[in-house]
Design a protein around this ligand. Structure first.
Ligand SMILES: NC(=O)c1ccc[n+]([C@@H]2O[C@H](COP(=O)([O-])OP(=O)(O)OC[C@H]3O[C@@H](n4cnc5c(N)ncnc54)[C@H](OP(=O)(O)O)[C@@H]3O)[C@@H](O)[C@H]2O)c1
Length: 306
């Protein structure tokens, strides 16, 4: 039997991953304020429902719907796909926002507003770096969530994005995913050569990274240092986005760096508010039809991947 599709054809539907807090929650708010029906997803039902309540009851936005999504869980992804297929029959915008830091935070207090006021961005990064530990488990989680989570959600939602007349994907990236952090020149060039690069090769590169991480060989082998797993996962996600953009010219697939934002991920050490960071993502999500694809946007402006 054909699925029941309740949405009027003009309704635009967006999915945001990791929508329960931080930048993701603000992306949901801003998309919904632009008249888009937003599926706010979160891995935790209670946190997700509370976030939807915040947007609907408190902010008066009616078109925000919760759906559970753990991006590393194939069954959870499949349930979201089933829900969207039945309810809307298409997806117009996918914002892959969910991510982790790829490090083990040390049990210290967040930096106070007073301390922060005297610190520039690099001093704030240094503060973050001093208060984390790089462990194999956290690095693996970083690669699994930030790269494979994004990729698996995207691949599962591709048919629904193709059913839209203007399907678009925004992968929330970071300036830390720039290829300039790679000191292995050959690898840097390979990751930048998106005509030749394949997803299979990206799998090999990530396996190589984790094996060098375990062996304590990151420095010797020219990998990015300090928050290494985060940087490598975001660089791989950027490369995948460019490969995907070539594979699917009918879609718009872009990467957006929101800026250095006060959120749980940065322990509230950032320079921008979540609203400001989210607006740099939403700007890319709402680019006019026929706009750029396979492009990196930093703070809302086109910029190089290197
Ligand atoms: N903050 C910055 O300065 C900055 C800079 C550059 C890029 N970014 C990027 O911006 C995005 C949002 O970051 P943020 O700063 O808003 O961080 P955040 O406040 O820590 O939020 C991260 C979100 O991702 C969710 N998440 C983590 N793992 C997940 C999983 N396996 N499945 C589903 N959801 C998962 C979290 O859910 P829980 O609440 O359940 O943990 C949370 O909703 C990330 O992609 C990050 O890399 C941030």
């Amino acid at each position: 039997m054909a699925p029941a599709i309740y949405s009027p054809p003009s309704e635009r539907v967006a999915v945001v991953t990791g929508g329960n807090k931080g930048i993701g929650l603000e992306v949901c708010r801003q998309l919904a304020s632009n008249g888009i029906t937003v599926i706010l997803t979160a891995r935790d039902e209670a946190r997700g429902a509370a976030a939807v309540e915040q947007l609907t009851a408190a902010a008066g936005l009616s078109d925000v719907i919760f759906h559970q999504l753990e991006v590393t869980d194939a069954q959870s992804i499949a349930r979201l796909v089933g829900f969207l297929k039945e309810r809307f029959g298409k997806l117009d915008i996918l914002v892959n926002n969910a991510a982790v830091g790829g490090v083990q935070p040390l049990p210290v207090q967040d930096v106070s507003a007073e301390e922060l006021s005297g610190m520039d961005a690099s001093q704030r990064y240094e503060w973050m770096w001093k208060n984390v530990q790089e462990t194999c488990d956290a690095a693996k989680e970083g690669i699994q969530t930030n790269y494979y989570g994004t990729k698996n959600v995207t691949e599962a939602l591709l048919p629904l994005l193709q059913a839209s007349s203007g399907g678009r994907i925004v992968n929330v990236t970071s300036e830390w995913g720039l290829l300039s952090y790679f000191r292995n020149e050959e690898l840097k060039q390979e990751l930048n050569d998106v005509e030749k690069l394949t997803e299979e090769r990206l799998d090999e590169v990530l396996a190589m990274f984790l094996s060098d991480f375990e062996a304590g060989d990151l420095e010797a082998r020219g990998w990015p240092l300090a928050f290494a797993a985060y940087k490598v996962a975001k660089a791989a996600m950027n490369a995948y986005s460019r490969v995907l953009a070539r594979r699917h010219p009918e879609l718009r697939v872009n990467c957006a760096h929101p800026g250095y934002v006060k959120s749980d991920m940065t322990r509230h050490s950032g320079l921008l508010t979540p609203e400001e960071g989210a607006s740099n993502v939403v700007k890319v999500a709402l680019l006019p039809e026929g706009g750029p694809t396979g492009t990196f946007f930093a703070l809302g402006q086109e910029a190089p991947f290197v």
